[in-house]
Design a protein around this ligand. Sequence first.
Ligand SMILES: [Zn+2]
Ligand SMILES: [Zn+2]
Length: 358
Amino acid sequence: MTEYTSYDLVEWGQPFERRRNALPEPSGVEVLVRVTAAGLCHSDLHVQKGYMDLGEEGRLTFAERGAQLPMTFGHEIAGVVEAVGPEVTTVTPGQQVLVFPWIGCGECEACREDRESDCSSMRIIGLKQKGGFATHCLVENEKFLVDIEGLDAADVVPHACSGITVYNALEKMGALRDGEWMAIMGCGGLGMNAIAIARAMGFENIIAVDIDDAKLDAARQMGAVKVMNSKRDDAVAELQRLAEGRLMGVIDTFGGASTGRIAVRALAKAGRYVVVGQAGGDFKMPQVWLPQKAMTVRGSHVGNSPQLRALIDMVRAGKIKQMPIERRPLSQINQAVEDLEHGRVTGRIVFQPDQDDE
Ligand SMILES: [Zn+2]
Ligand SMILES: [Zn+2]
């Protein structure tokens, strides 16, 4: 075999296109992975559209962020090692691995401390480098592979993005005291995993918030103790009531004007609002609330390689409840994008590129 198949974005805002490419041969510490699972993340939809909404600041295009087309997107990647470069020592062909996609520059202080997500020159796999919407993916260094031997690739692949993103955010938010509550806003792939991982980390008082009752039912099954449909007019008061006046944390996995507005109003004094979702737009709040309510508003961007290893250890220990996974052929990627866009997906769509007959 000398060629492989990928589904690439060739033009911003257009459907993904099937392309055939020359199969790369790994050199040095590179590893060629045959992809068996590739998760579809909401950010793939933002990328396809070509820009993010910055509210009053206008738009940020992915071209401005350094992404060039045609590109193979997909950053939740797992598979089987197919070939290794001559200097590879830690993985062998046939081994099942998960790819850490949030690669940094490798040279700055953040990268040297394995805080890749704080690097300001990231070279993300599936954005700046070819990703997992393909039958094969070349990973530049064996150190970005995590052993998942014995686990189901499709089940664990969302941890490479949604998992570490919420894990990082929950670590930043810090522990709650008895009687304090946390809200997880947005119950898509990120939100589902946020509930599962929060429970695994010992958080119990979790209120799931979404605008879709079916997603709220799923959130309850993942371990949310209370749920609230935020379409109601009195969402702020209701959220405060559910939290018994002690809403100390909000993890916002949607990240839009609507969720920001509710979060900063519902939080109790000294509450923390951590945003990881990137729906876009902007929200306003009285600036005096920051001192008067001793409020923390902070963001958290994806996660770091040690966190991915820690998460997989938690999966192996049976601590993390499995979120719903919908397995689909990669050839149906454009239909999947449409379904995700219209909120018709509970949990995560994971493509299985090796199941396509081609
Ligand atoms: Zn993602
Ligand atoms: Zn760096």
